[in-house]
Write a protein that binds this ligand. Structure first.
Ligand code: NAD
Length: 387
């Protein structure tokens, strides 16, 4: 199912697929302000947990592992059952925390041996961008379902290879687009789909931060590009799920400071404009040179909405103003009390449900591939030869 086609029925189905709590809240947007808690209540687990090997034990992996812990009461729980790391001491400490046996700790070199480990059914690929393709393909060949972080890859070809490898191995592939499983983003989508904003005219979105020069994100060979690959992709993806359309035209500019040594390999700033077939337009900014809160603002013929912040792990807030069908002026201001790692819990619930119930993820490899092709268009329009 495509997030861009969400109907009331789809929201109910999303909930059944593991985006727990979301549909209930969406049926009454005002209930967004009510706390939902991190552990989803509901039926007693109906299946044994889906065991995940975590490939790359960095910052995002920490959030995901904490999110898995909070799935214990979900119908299809998720459990960390394997680790792949180049740092034995770090792996040993994490193994102790999550109860992973020593025999299920692998290195990047021997991780293919996990094909003989039935406790591992899926992997979560949380490595630098250019490593996503190799480790996703190797995991698929080892017979494991693949949940891979965004951006999917650092070339369109690699993204296609990942899809092909997962199809050939008959395993599932999902790209970890957190916001597809996040309550406030879904509430914004629903307001638009229900017609409250009328015809979408224009979207503004941005996301950026000042990047540490020592981060792998500054190395083109590992990152594939700069802020556009890392955080600009949130704005790009959001404009697609908000409009329910694919871009028909893209123009972009990029600028990098010649005096800042950080930007020798990757770009500093990108701004791009997108036109959609309906005539809706989007203007998006991303940077590694400044703190730029991740947000989007949507202007429609009958009203506007804003989610700010929209892309961070908690503290999301939805504001909207529109005139309803009865001519009543509606003003919404809904802070979302959900706390980190709830997005990751939702994401894990969704993928584990897809694995157990043999369903296609809501953000499959094909969704990641689409973004890769648009990222490439943006770069090429800006005169950069990435992807
Ligand atoms: P990180 O630097 O914190 O972790 C990267 C991990 O990869 C580390 O464990 C590191 O040891 C390992 N690694 C293996 N080979 C490496 C190499 N050659 N160079 C550097 N590290 C190497 O990075 P992160 O922030 O966790 O990002 C990992 C992935 O997750 C990226 O693709 C990023 O885009 C994505 N990400 C997603 C979100 C999200 O909210 N969905 C947020 C942050 C990062």
């Amino acid at each position: 199912m495509n997030l861009s086609n969400l109907s009331r029925r789809d929201f109910t189905r999303l909930s059944a697929l593991g985006t727990l709590g979301v549909a209930a809240q969406l049926s009454d947007l005002t209930s967004l302000a009510a706390p939902t808690g991190q552990v989803q209540s509901g039926p007693v687990p109906s299946s044994k947990p889906v065991g995940y090997a975590i490939i790359g034990l960095g910052r995002i992996a920490d959030h995901f592992m904490a999110g898995c812990q909070d799935t214990a009461k979900s119908p299809h729980p998720s459990k960390v059952t394997g680790l792949v790391s180049g740092h034995p001491e770090k792996a040993a400490a994490i193994a102790q925390k999550y109860g992973v046996p020593k025999s299920s700790i692998y290195t990047y070199e021997n991780m293919d041996e996990m094909r003989n480990n039935p406790a591992i059914e899926a992997v979560y690929v949380a490595l630098p961008n250019s490593m996503h393709a190799e480790y996703s393909v190797r995991s698929a060949k080892a017979g494991k379902h693949v949940l891979c972080e965004k951006p999917m890859a650092t070339s369109v070809k690699d993204a296609q290879d990942m899809i092909d490898a997962c199809k050939a191995a008959n395993v599932k592939l999902m790209i970890a687009y957190r916001c597809h499983y996040e309550t406030t983003n879904l509430a914004a989508v629903k307001l638009i789909r229900d017609g409250h904003l009328g015809q979408i005219q224009s979207i503004q979105s941005a996301f950026g931060f000042s990047c540490d020069p020592a981060d792998w994100r500054m190395k083109k060979a590992l990152a594939g590009g700069g802020p556009l690959m890392d955080v600009g992709i949130y704005s790009l993806n959001a404009t697609r799920y908000l409009t329910n359309e694919e871009p028909s035209e893209i123009v972009a500019y990029s600028h990098s400071s010649l005096t800042d040594p950080r930007f020798k390999e990757v770009e500093e700033n990108v701004v791009w404009m997108t036109k959609f077939p309906s005539g809706a337009t989007a203007t998006c900014n991303t940077t590694y040179g400044a703190q730029m809160d991740g947000y989007f603002r949507v202007y429609g013929s009958k009203g506007w909405l804003e989610v700010n912040p929209a892309f961070v792990y908690d503290g999301l807030r939805l504001k909207a103003e529109y005139t309803d069908d009865q001519g009543k002026f509606i003003q919404l201001d809904q802070p979302n009390p959900e706390k980190d790692p709830i997005h990751f819990t939702n994401e894990a619930n969704h993928f584990s449900t897809c694995v157990r119930e043999n369903r296609t993820p809501q953000s499959p490899g094909e969704e990641g591939l689409k973004d890769m092709t648009y990222l490439r268009q943006i770069y090429h329009s800006a005169g950069l030869n990435n992807l």
